[in-house]
Design a protein around this ligand. Structure first.
Ligand SMILES: Nc1ncnc2c1ncn2[C@@H]1O[C@H](COP(=O)(O)OP(=O)(O)OP(=O)(O)O)[C@@H](O)[C@H]1O
Length: 262
């Protein structure tokens, strides 16, 4: 098989209910090596639910999911060692120092203490937070915590990376570095699943964009392809069109009227 076309992730007819609420209504998706998938959709569309199912955090779904060809419903946990994850909000162990936290994560993935120490310090230096290596995470700023989460997700050199609003709190310089890191990783055959509400960034970095609305895929293609089908619009406008939303001005005016007691 052409290694570049190797399917990394395959989802067939994925359905998920929370109680009587149908959250995912039959998602189909095939992702190949080296793709950067921009996974977008309105609040509550089902993006995090999809990602949590793929990570094995949420069960009880229907459908067939294969990651690296392995059905994730099986007993094997091997596939998890090849996954990295940056959650949107994290239960990061605030009482540990950055070094202790990264050692803890690295050892879960089977890295030696020396390997983790060396890699962690070098990566923290590149993100300009090395001076905080021995500091407790509670003392970190929001952006510093985010950099730590990014490093923790990548320490074991995963083949597929799930990112949920990964730019949260990063300054403009760090955003530029991180976007380059993603492009470099993809060029080296890593697959990236990028969930975000910042359309300008998704538009620029994704090799393919998937729009989820109400638990269904309503668009799937390169930004160029989506533009062609949607009157050459920006991704923000395409998002508005495909989710049937054109009320922003009316809602904003009403919001301000309520604030003013009118
Ligand atoms: N643990 C849960 N129990 C019950 N309902 C849930 C649970 N988790 C999510 N939901 C519901 O599932 C739906 C999809 O939620 P999900 O978190 O996947 O959306 P999302 O697309 O990631 O949204 P956002 O952009 O706001 O992060 C929502 O209606 C949400 O209320």
């Amino acid at each position: 098989m052409d290694i570049k076309r190797e399917p990394i992730l395959s989802i067939k007819d994925l359905k998920m209910n929370y109680g009587s609420k149908e959250v995912l209504k039959g998602i189909n998706l095939e992702v190949i090596r080296g793709e950067i998938i921009g996974y977008i959709g309105p609040n509550g569309a089902g993006k995090s639910t999809t990602v949590k199912i793929l990570l094995g955090i949420v069960g009880g779904y229907k459908g067939d999911i294969r990651i690296f060809g392995e059905n994730i419903d099986g007993k094997s946990m091997e596939y998890k060692k090849r996954i990295g994850y940056v959650p949107e909000t994290s239960e990061i162990y605030d009482n540990l120092t950055a070094g202790e936290y990264l050692s803890f994560i690295g050892e879960i993935y089977g890295l030696t203490e020396e390997e983790v120490d060396d890699k962690a310090q070098r990566l923290m230096a590149l993100f300009e937070i090395k001076d905080a290596y021995h500091n407790r995470i509670t003392s970190f700023s929001k952006g510093m915590k985010q950099k730590l989460l990014i490093i923790a997700s990548l320490l074991h050199n995963p083949d597929i990376l799930f990112l949920d609003e990964p730019l949260n709190g990063l300054d403009a310089n760090s955003v530029m570095i991180f976007k380059e890191i993603l492009a470099e990783l993809a060029a080296r055959g890593k697959t990236i699943f990028y969930s975000s509400h910042i359309m300008e960034v998704v538009e620029k970095i994704s090799s393919r964009i998937i729009l989820l609305n109400n638990g269904e895929n309503v668009a799937d293609g390169t930004f160029g392809e989506l533009k062609e089908k949607n009157f050459d619009a920006s991704l923000e406008e395409i998002f508005n069109q495909l989710t049937g939303f054109n009320q922003h001005k009316i809602i904003a005016e009403e919001f301000v009227r309520v604030l003013q007691g009118v």
